[in-house]
Design a protein around this ligand. Structure first.
Ligand code: DAH
Length: 341
């Protein structure tokens, strides 16, 4: 019996040498060490031996079982290590491959235009002053010299909130009052950018929400010449050298005198085209000298101080520069449009 046992052990160890993967290893385990494996009859056969032979035989069988179990475990660890090494080298990350770049956003065309405007006016000493989109009727209209039943209100219908006298501003002009009240009696040079809202039919030319940039300069000897120079410098830097300017008489309740600032059409060089409606001129801004009533509402004595103001759109010039033919694209959230800038 002991001979048979050592023959079995030798056979099992030799077989283990040829085992090459975990499947074969399991089969080997079942065959030699499993419940119905080759070693089991030896354990079971113990009872049939004469009592004096049992201890020696028992020890021999246990030693054989232990030897095979240890050999099995060693083999198992070696196979696992080999398999891990194989899978690591098969699935290795090649760090020299080019990466997949995350998609980065970009600035909205209105933001890009605004930033150009900021830098042009910053060079002329204008700071950016922020004022809220949600305004009171008092600031949006009354303090700008537009009393409740003034006909000019027709031009500026808007969205009203449920709170009496609180509305979405129709222009950035109420920021003038806020800036004056904050800085008075110091001189002022600010631009006031931001969104404005109007309750009107949305078309290719007009939106119900759009950006404006307001400008305000207040001081002791500010004249219309300063306004003209500022507007000319802005147009030159925004739209190119040699821009021709034209100031047309106009009316705004918060300026006196009031003007519309035009420049020669950058698309047809002033010859006349569809965009400038065959006039050769493009309107770029409303402007004027700050009305004495408005100066006083801001805290400045109009006998001592004077000022100029202007208010211009942002999307319209962006449309001109980029050749965009419909203002509704700006807030349409269409990536095909936005990706182009
Ligand atoms: N607030 C005017 C508008 O929305 C634009 C404007 C005109 C602003 C003349 C001014 C100004 O500051 O002086 O149509």
């Amino acid at each position: 019996m002991l001979d048979q046992l050592s023959a079995l052990e030798a056979e099992a160890l030799a077989a283990l040498e040829t085992v090459a993967d975990s499947g074969a290893l399991q089969a080997w385990h079942q065959r030699y060490l499993g419940k119905r494996g080759a070693l089991t009859p030896f354990l079971r056969g113990m009872g049939q031996l004469p009592p004096e032979e049992r201890p020696e035989a028992g020890q021999a069988v246990n030693r054989a079982k232990l030897a095979l179990t240890e050999a099995y475990e060693t083999r198992e660890a070696a196979l696992q290590a080999a398999e891990r090494a194989r899978s690591l080298s098969a699935k290795a990350v090649d760090v020299s491959l080019p990466g997949r770049p995350p998609s980065v956003g970009r600035l909205h065309p209105s933001t890009q235009t605004l930033r150009r405007v900021y830098s042009i006016f910053a060079d002329m000493g204008f700071q950016v002053y922020r004022a809220p989109d949600v305004e009171t009727d008092e600031l949006n209209f009354e303090l700008l010299n537009i009393p409740p039943h003034h006909p000019a209100r027709d031009m500026w219908d808007t969205f009203y909130t449920t709170r009496e006298g609180v509305l979405l501003r129709t222009h950035t002009s109420p920021g003038q009052i806020r800036a004056m009240r904050e800085y008075c009696p110091e001189p002022i040079r600010v631009i006031l950018p931001g969104l404005c809202y109007r309750y009107e039919q949305v078309t290719a030319r007009s939106e119900m929400m759009f950006f404006q940039v307001e400008g305000l300069a207040v001081g002791k000897r500010i004249t219309m010449t300063d306004l003209k120079g500022t507007m000319a410098e802005y147009a030159r830097r925004m739209f190119g050298e040699n821009r021709k300017m034209r100031f047309r008489a106009s009316h705004f309740p918060f300026t006196e005198p009031s003007v519309e600032v035009d420049m020669d059409c950058i698309l047809c060089e002033g010859k006349g085209c569809r965009v400038c409606k065959y006039t050769g001129w493009l309107e770029i801004s409303g402007a004027g000298m700050v009305h004495p009533v408005v100066l006083r509402n801001g805290g400045y004595d109009p006998a001592v101080y004077s000022g100029f103001a202007f208010g211009m759109g942002v999307e319209r010039p962006a449309m001109l520069v980029h050749g965009i033919d419909d203002i509704r694209y700006f807030f349409g959230n269409d990536m095909r449009f936005l990706r182009q800038f």
